[in-house]
Design a protein around this ligand. Structure first.
Ligand code: UD1
Length: 427
């Protein structure tokens, strides 16, 4: 599949403060959904058509992994993927792929139920800390799988998975996705209690139902899956749910620049707790038929925020929130409940003059009137986007290095911000 973003694209973004932002931004499909939809095509023979696909590097990486497994990806036009599964699958996910993209763990459930065996490299930690897979493993073991771990590899086997009653101690997104995918072709009925309820999981379940799966409780914390015969799932068409984190990024940019933005295709119902927080901070936000309209006119008010599983405020929003609080009018306390180590970008904000102290999984953010531009680094996708927003709030020039991280999850962040009045250039 051709690279969506030129590999030669410059790895720096230069941002200067800009006046009010005005205009329309269209939000593309969600990275956190489309990668999982792509992995799910392993389950159904035939041709799958995915639309509203973001033009991001992680899609290309997932397509490369799936090509090695035996699912072909074509990009017939921008925003569309055609994926073909002839049923001739090699259930191996080697280190070269797994280390590049966390979502490669999402091939585990589909391959196990489809092929009865999977060899997958153990996913490593991320820039924001350890990312274990014990809940995935325990759930699949309850469904009859056997696991061996050696030399950094997971070897899983199951002649045919069977249904099980699984209660998660924590609503893990990745484990919910893997178990649902494994259950759709297992023998009998699987119930997952305390399932994660993210809109991207509902999106995956809807795609699976389009392929012929039987799933009840979509969007709730209790999913009931009745297994169908392995091999009976078929190709399906699906439109990827819009990306709530990208929508939040444009709102955060508005929050520091002021102005009025129409965010087309945003789904306010998927981000209601975040929108409530932004309103409390002083933004005006209205749902519209097409998405939402937001206005910001003055310096934002500080507030306290904690990240929680959906429908709580997502951990992915947190770098953006801390950036907003860095220039808000008072003190805000941010508590991270999902990935306690996810504060590395704070050092970069401090380089820009932000007054932030972290202790354990808390950050105390004392707003300053203005940040001060400097060279900074994007450590991961969301932290990179937060650096861009910080640059919009900083006097002088902010140069963000390591932009390839941003490309993994953002579809032309620079171009979209430039189009609504931001002083931003990739060079
Ligand atoms: C998580 C976020 C998701 C975000 C993504 C990328 C939550 C609940 N999930 O999804 O919103 O888009 O990161 O930033 O907010 N855990 C275990 N054992 C496991 C699996 C997970 O202990 O087998 C723990 C993790 O260490 C973490 C928590 O559960 O503390 C959430 O993990 P999970 O939801 O599975 O992570 P992702 O799917 O990566």
């Amino acid at each position: 599949m051709p690279e969506p973003t030129s590999p030669a694209a410059p790895d720096q973004i230069v941002v200067r403060p800009a006046g009010p932002l005005t205009g329309r931004v269209v939000v593309p499909g969600a990275k956190n959904s489309v990668l999982k939809l792509m992995a799910a095509t392993i389950l159904g023979d035939g041709t799958h058509e995915l639309s509203n696909v973001p033009d991001i590097v992680d899609v290309t990486i997932m397509a490369d992994l799936l090509a090695d497994i035996g699912v072909r990806t074509e990009r017939p036009e921008p925003g569309r993927l055609r994926m073909t599964n002839d049923g001739d699958l090699t259930p191996v996910a080697p280190y070269e792929h797994v280390e590049r993209i966390r979502a490669s763990i999402n091939v585990l459930g589909p391959l196990l139920t489809r092929c009865g065996r999977v060899q997958i490299s153990m996913p490593g930690g991320d820039d924001f800390g350890a990312r274990p897979i014990d809940l995935h493993v325990a759930g699949l073991e309850a469904m009859g799988a056997e696991f061996k771990f050696a030399h950094g590899e997971v070897d899983a086997r199951a002649d045919r998975l069977h249904g099980a009653h699984i209660t998660f101690p924590f609503p893990s997104v990745g484990a919910t996705e893997n178990l649902v995918c494994a259950a759709v072709c297992a023998e009998g009925e699987t119930t997952i209690e305390n399932a994660a309820m993210e809109p991207e999981i509902a999106d995956l379940c809807t795609f699976l139902v389009g392929m012929g799966a039987q799933i009840e409780g979509i969007g709730s914390s209790r999913l009931r899956v009745v297994g169908v015969a392995s091999g009976s799932l078929h190709g399906a068409e699906h439109r990827t749910v819009p990306d709530r984190v990208q929508a939040a990024t444009y709102l955060a940019a508005l929050g520091v620049c002021t102005g009025r933005l129409e965010i087309v295709d945003a789904r306010p119902e998927h981000m209601s707790n975040l929108l409530d927080a932004f309103v409390e901070m002083g933004m005006h936000i209205e749902a519209t038929k097409e998405g939402l309209v937001a206005r910001a006119t003055t310096r934002l008010r500080s507030t306290d925020i904690q990240t929680l599983p959906y429908p709580g405020i997502a951990t992915d929003y947190k770098p953006l929130i801390i950036t907003l609080l860095s220039v808000a009018n008072s003190v805000g306390i941010v508590t991270e409940n999902i990935y306690p180590g996810r504060f590395r970008y704070v050092e970069e904000l401090q380089r820009l003059g932000a007054d932030i102290r972290t202790a354990g999984h808390h950050a105390v953010v004392r707003g300053v009137p203005r940040l001060s531009g400097a060279p900074v680094r994007a450590h991961d996708i969301r932290a990179g986007a937060a650096m861009v927003v910080a640059g919009l709030a900083a006097e002088g020039v902010t140069t963000i290095h390591g932009v390839h991280h941003i490309d993994r999850g953002y579809d032309d962040l620079c171009g979209r911000l430039h189009a609504v009045g931001a002083d931003i250039v990739r060079c």
